[in-house]
Design a protein around this ligand. Structure first.
Ligand code: GLA
Length: 388
């Protein structure tokens, strides 16, 4: 990959790059759509990621080439007078914007940046957070901003919210900026306390399945779900006073059921029950009870489908067809949904057997959706940093 990255950079900018970086994508094992409800989540950094080669320049011009996002076209902007854009450069500009706003960063020399990726863009594996973390680290190192890994996480999240206008939680940026090889992170999003667990699947394999369905309208639907949760929280809070949705019990939610719309009830029900599934899944993983973990994955998908309504045909076909197989322990969507990716815990390490399963489900998927999915074996990765 290093050679490919350097070659790509040289082809675009006719010189040798100064610095090379890597930023992983993420999957979330369980705990979906609850990071912004004060819940716990169980994500990990994955070996699919974004590779960046950069050279800082005199002057204030920035030139960006992204093989993954925009097929080798050169995008340009000036550090001192950039405006909002609707392409991948918004994540780069967003990080510059928040570093100046919150860290008083003096970012006064431009750069040439070439990126290549193994992380499929807009597929629900957090390519935008991976890019934000990549830029945060590059700028932190170059301009000696003195930011910790956690600061880079928080700045990246701020860029996504304030500049890319997706009111996201902390999970993606945290998973990418704090991940460790062979570990899953249990993150309490209310307190930002976290623990690492071994990513150990004795005799089993985690597979990532990419629906390859473009995630149209995903951002606005995401913001809509968030607002729905906030409106239920307001009612609960007026009665019980607790600060986040995931702190409530089903009994408490049921006590206000008649005063809220049915869809709002179901959104909150998902959040409250998903939090319980994360706790159970963490125990199941720690004790090596993969059968139990699989059942929790299935239950999570069902809740996201029926109560949270963020799955859709493509993810539902994949999850339900995989769940029928007797070598599958569990399957669910991962990330924001509305297309994007699913994960599947297979009770086998035999790649031929897993390939056979995936191919047969892909045939059914094609007849039901008219497209094929892609799949990848999930491997963990270390956090964003200089490419080793
Ligand atoms: C997106 C957001 C995260 C999280 C997930 C759903 O990936 O960026 O903050 O809310 O959706 O769990």
């Amino acid at each position: 990959m290093k050679e490919k990255l350097i070659r790509g950079y040289k082809k675009s900018f006719n010189e040798q790059p100064q610095l090379l970086y890597f930023s992983p994508g993420r999957v979330n094992i369980i705990g979906e759509h609850i990071d912004y409800n004060g819940g716990k989540v169980l994500p990990m950094g994955i070996s699919l990621g974004i590779y960046g080669a950069v050279t800082f320049k005199k002057g204030t011009k920035c030139r960006l080439v992204s093989e993954g996002f925009a097929h080798e076209k050169i995008f340009e902007f000036d550090l001192n007078e950039f405006s909002e854009s609707n392409d991948f450069t918004k994540y780069v500009k967003g990080v510059i914007y928040v570093l100046r706003k919150y860290k008083n960063a003096k970012i006064d020399c431009g750069f040439d940046l070439y990126m290549t990726t193994t992380l499929p863009p807009a597929s629900g594996l957090s390519s935008s957070a991976a890019l934000e973390l990549l830029i945060s680290h590059i700028l932190n190192d170059k301009f000696n901003l003195g930011l910790s890994n956690l600061d880079c996480v928080l700045m990246s999240q701020a860029a996504e919210r304030e500049y890319a206008h997706v009111n996201c939680g902390i999970m993606d940026q945290f998973a990418i900026g704090m991940s460790e090889e062979n570990k899953v992170i249990l993150l309490d999003c209310a307190t930002i306390n976290y623990e690492y667990f071994d990513f150990k699947l004795d005799g089993a394999t985690l597979v990532i399945i990419n629906t390859c369905k473009p995630r149209a309208l995903a951002d606005s639907k995401y913001n809509e779900r968030r607002a729905e949760c906030e409106s239920v929280l307001e009612v609960l809070k007026a009665k019980y006073g607790k600060e986040t949705l995931c702190e409530y019990t089903m009994d408490e939610l049921n006590s206000i059921k008649d005063s809220i719309a049915d869809n709002l009830y179901r959104r909150a029900k998902h959040a409250i029950t998903e939090e319980l599934r994360v706790e159970a899944a963490t125990k199941a993983m720690a004790s090596g009870n993969l059968k139990e973990l699989g059942l929790l994955l299935n239950a999570s998908h069902k809740s996201l489908k029926e109560d949270y309504e963020v799955t859709g045909l493509h993810l539902d076909v994949i999850a339900s067809e995989l769940q029928k197989s007797n070598i599958v322990l569990g399957a669910r969507m991962t990330g924001a949904g509305f297309g994007g990716c699913a994960i599947c815990l297979v009770n086998s390490t035999n790649k031929d057997e897993i390939d056979k399963l995936m191919n047969s489900v892909n045939d059914i998927y094609y007849t039901k959706t008219g497209i094929h999915f892609k799949y990848y074996y999930c491997e963990s990765s270390d956090k964003t940093g200089i490419l080793k």
